[in-house]
Design a binder for this molecule. Structure first.
Ligand code: ATR
Length: 280
């Protein structure tokens, strides 16, 4: 029987995960299906029970169900525990469900694939919500010099720094107090981008070698990446590679085969550009 996998979310129509996993299957010859499933708010447990009762082997979970999946898992990986959220459920041979979080490792692997260095670097992380919590452990595992978490609500940055301080050098800041500081890598983890907003950042944060990464992605450069370009950042990337990276890590957890990410990222980017041209 073909092994079945799915992604649960709401909304879900926009999800690229089925296309990504189809390409991973084509590369590796794995016999599996992967569908997207719209789950009503409050119905995560029922939908997951039904999926696994019907023989499902694993799930990805996207907004707004990552906390539900965290509670639903029978046990958790250390990185999911730290992230406080689960985007990946794996059915184990004994029938138990392992909850994992592959978002952070997906982002870190994307940066390393791009040839960016993290070890020893001064990182500025913008935002202190769920998306940032999800990536801090894998980032700190790369041993940066420091991570400064800047957030509109400073108390949330302080809570995060407190929760991860045993893993590395974490600092906190308001946006305005960043004035006069410089960073090697700036990551936008706020949800501001999604609404076309930009955190109020002072000039001068960017040096001639600073790389800027937006955890969201779009056919057009995000407002954050447009700002970074105007500030003369040396390198820019959006979160498309992070999306494919978390999918690759999910595929590996389920099938024990590592797919190639670069051709999939290239193909998705080409399709996004084509539909942008058509829309224009
Ligand atoms: P997610 O799961 O996407 O991280 P979240 O947990 O609601 O969503 O966190 C959203 C993050 O984006 C927070 O850091 C939020 O700042 P606050 O903690 O001060 O709310 C940040 N954010 C959202 N809109 C923003 C804006 N317009 N300017 C600056 N920061 C913004």
């Amino acid at each position: 029987m073909t092994d079945s996998y799915a992604v649960f979310g709401n909304p879900i129509a926009q999800s690229k995960s089925p296309v990504i996993h189809r390409q991973f299957c084509d590369q590796t010859g794995e016999d599996m299906s992967y569908t997207k499933q719209l789950v009503d708010e409050g119905q995560f447990k029922q939908a997951a029970d039904d999926f696994f009762a019907a023989g499902g082997r694993g799930l990805n979970i996207t907004s707004p169900f990552k906390l539900d999946a965290f509670s639903y898992a029978d046990h958790l990986t250390a990185r999911a525990e730290r992230a406080g959220a689960v985007n990946l459920l794996i059915k184990e041979p004994d029938g138990k469900l392992l909850g994992d979080n592959s978002d952070g490792i997906g982002m870190v692997n994307d940066m390393l694939n791009l040839g960016w260095e993290i070890a020893g670097k001064r990182i500025l992380m913008l935002g202190a919500g769920g998306a940032v919590r999800g990536v801090l452990q894998p980032l700190l595992n790369q041993e940066p010099e420091s991570i400064t978490i800047a957030n509109r609500t400073l108390a949330k940055a302080e809570d995060l720094a407190q929760g991860f301080h045993d893993l590395g050098n974490l600092k906190t800041s308001s946006f305005s107090d960043l004035a006069g500081k410089q960073f090697d890598l700036i990551i936008n983890g706020t949800s501001a981008s999604l609404r076309g907003d930009l955190p109020p950042l002072p000039d001068g944060l960017i040096t001639d070698h600073t790389a800027c990464y937006d955890m969201t992605y779009a056919a057009e450069p995000t407002v954050f990446l447009t700002w970074a370009q105007h500030q003369k950042a040396a390198q820019l990337a959006d979160g498309l590679g992070m999306l494919v990276g978390q999918a690759a890590e999910s595929f590996y957890a389920w099938r024990h085969i590592r797919p190639e990410v670069v051709p999939v990222i290239t193909d998705l980017r080409r399709k996004m550009n084509e539909s942008k041209k058509k829309a224009g």
